[in-house]
Design a protein around this ligand. Structure first.
Ligand SMILES: Cc1cc2nc3c(=O)[nH]c(=O)nc-3n(C[C@H](O)[C@H](O)[C@H](O)COP(=O)(O)O)c2cc1C
Length: 126
């Protein structure tokens, strides 16, 4: 079953242009994938923390050595990574804020880029 992950970032609710565009995209996607499954990840409701020292300590510790506290640090990141790895299609709806993506979207990127899980150096990249 095809899956679409929808990442929303605008704080403007029903007034949001990016959210309206996403709705139109999702409607088209559903027409093209009638048996598809849609997962919504609203970053305005996700309570994403910025990367800090305890998070980095957990990130750089091999998983088999994770303490309970380290597992807790990475729990949300694990959840977000799971959503990304499970999906075939991804749509990210975002405003432009000061010539960049909103901070919450950059925070999501920091949480989903996980060494040996979502990225790795390969021969082609070196
Ligand atoms: C704090 C802030 C910064 C913005 N910076 C830019 C910008 O650098 N470039 C731009 O084209 N639009 C900028 N905008 C306009 C938004 O990208 C635009 O209003 C967009 O529709 C907002 O998305 P939304 O309707 O989904 O919330 C900015 C808006 C805000 C509130």
């Amino acid at each position: 079953m095809p899956q679409l992950l929808v990442v929303e970032t605008s704080p403007r609710g029903d007034s949001s242009i990016s959210r309206h565009l996403t709705r139109r995209f999702v409607a088209e996607w559903q027409t093209a994938h009638p048996d598809g499954q849609i997962v919504h990840r609203d970053l305005m409701e996700t309570n994403l923390a910025f990367v800090n020292a305890p998070w980095l300590q957990a990130y750089f510790t091999p998983p088999e050595q994770h303490s309970l506290e380290m597992k807790a640090e990475l729990a949300l990141s694990d959840e977000l990574v799971g959503e990304l790895l499970a999906t075939e299609h991804l749509v990210i709806a975002t405003p432009v804020y000061n010539y960049n993506v909103p901070a919450v979207l950059k925070a999501w990127v920091d949480h989903i880029v996980r060494k040996r899980i979502t990225w790795a150096w390969t021969a082609a990249a070196s």
